[in-house]
Design a protein around this ligand. Structure first.
Ligand code: SAH
Ligand code: SF4
Length: 363
């Protein structure tokens, strides 16, 4: 059975063409699936009866299955999705006054092993399929009661859940294509953000294949510290990463990159670090999003005090860089960075991470 959620417009058109079906049939079916949320081919009333019958025997529309559904007191809603083989990923919906943001996962686990990340600590299980990625948006729309013609409940998508999206390139691009497709979700490129730890060649590929808004997980202002916190930095060091950001901006729908920066107490949060960041990013139009560290057991890290985050932020702002600090939302449902999945399916293969000695990173 072919799961039609795996197809974007181009691949569905090709699949139909191979069976002698016309391109407009693909558009019709896409609309039924993604706009109207229909999974039963019989209900696709403007599709020829013969095609409906054929689809019923060769295809299905199979979204991921939610095994938990929690709503925080602040309205943040979080689904835990069973993706088989004892693997689970999470999707988080964050309602705000003027927008609704869905945070989507791209992999079960992650191979990149950033020091402060609980997803990374689980190790890598597998890539999510295109169906499992776009299925998170499909499902959120159903669960939130979206109507095909009403206001969009999910107005923004960020690929900031579990996994490194650019390490699952083809499937992520397929899902992005559907997010942007007018026959599917019709989101603007500016409202879809891919967050990457900095896989430089894949950033160039994304720019060429499907340029959407870009967030880069920086987390350190120099190579010595970033090598420790974000190990992929050893392969693609900061100079290359900054150059890749500049290349990306040539085609990006927004004229800045968002740098994410997790605030780790005594590790990367000194004012000297902030000044280094200003120098590092001098030639890259950017905004900063400071993320207070979300603690998890045995992480070996602590969250920077609010006052230190304010001071750090002020240094960036004094240099003319727009800087926001992420609100810690959904704390009561652990709606942050791999925590819930970590509790349900404990795949920790390693014992607790060593703490990076503060003296070492400060010298
Ligand atoms: N793999 C991608 C996207 C997913 S993580 C990436 O690394 O960019 C989304 C953001 O949350 C990243 O900036 C990531 O570094 C950050 N993050 C991971 N663990 C965190 C934690 N425990 N506390 C705060 N932020 C965390
Ligand atoms: Fe992977 Fe991103 Fe976590 Fe790093 S921060 S381990 S890239 S999910």
């Amino acid at each position: 059975m072919q799961n039609l959620l795996d197809f974007d417009a181009t691949s569905l058109t090709d699949w139909f063409a191979a069976q002698g079906e016309k391109p407009f049939r693909a558009r019709q079916v896409l609309r039924w699936i993604h706009r109207f949320g229909v999974t039963d081919f019989e209900a696709m009333t403007d599709v020829a009866k013969s095609l409906r019958a054929k689809l019923a025997t060769s295809a299905c529309v199979q979204p991921p299955v939610p095994v938990r559904d929690n709503t925080s007191t602040d309205g943040t809603r979080k689904w835990l999705l069973d993706v088989g083989n004892n693997n689970a990923v999470e999707t988080v919906f964050i309602p705000e006054a003027t927008r609704g943001t869905l945070c989507i996962s791209s992999q079960a686990g992650c191979a990149l092993d950033c020091a402060f990340c609980s997803t990374g600590k689980q190790g890598f299980n597998r890539n999510l399929s295109a169906a499992e990625i776009i299925g998170q948006l499909w499902l959120a729309n159903r669960m939130l009661g979206a109507s095909p013609d009403g206001d969009r409940i999910v107005s923004n998508v960020v690929m900031m859940g579990m996994g490194e999206p650019l390490a699952n390139f083809e499937n992520v691009v397929s899902a992005l294509n559907l997010m942007l497709d007018d026959n599917a979700y019709g989101l603007s490129r500016r409202r879809v953000t891919v967050s990457t730890s900095g896989i430089v060649p894949a950033m160039d590929r994304l720019r060429d294949a499907c340029p959407v808004a870009l967030a880069v997980s920086l987390h350190a202002p120099n190579d010595a510290l970033r090598d420790e916190l974000v190990p992929i930095n050893k392969k693609y060091p900061l100079k290359e990463l900054m150059a890749a950001c500049q290349r990306y901006l040539e085609r990006a729908p927004r004229d800045f990159v968002t740098f994410e920066y997790v605030m780790l107490d005594g590790v990367n949060d000194s004012l000297e670090h902030a000044h280094q960041l200003v120098a590092l990013t001098r030639d890259v139009p950017c905004k900063f999003n400071l993320i207070p560290f979300n603690p998890f057991p045995n992480s070996g890290f602590g969250r920077s005090p609010a006052q230190q985050i304010r001071r750090f932020s002020q240094v960036l702002m004094d240099a003319g860089i727009v800087t926001t600090t992420r609100k810690t939302r959904g704390d009561d449902v652990d709606a942050a960075c791999g925590q819930l999945a970590g509790q349900v399916v404990d795949k920790t293969r390693r014992t607790s991470k060593r703490t990076i000695p503060v003296t070492e990173v400060r010298s």
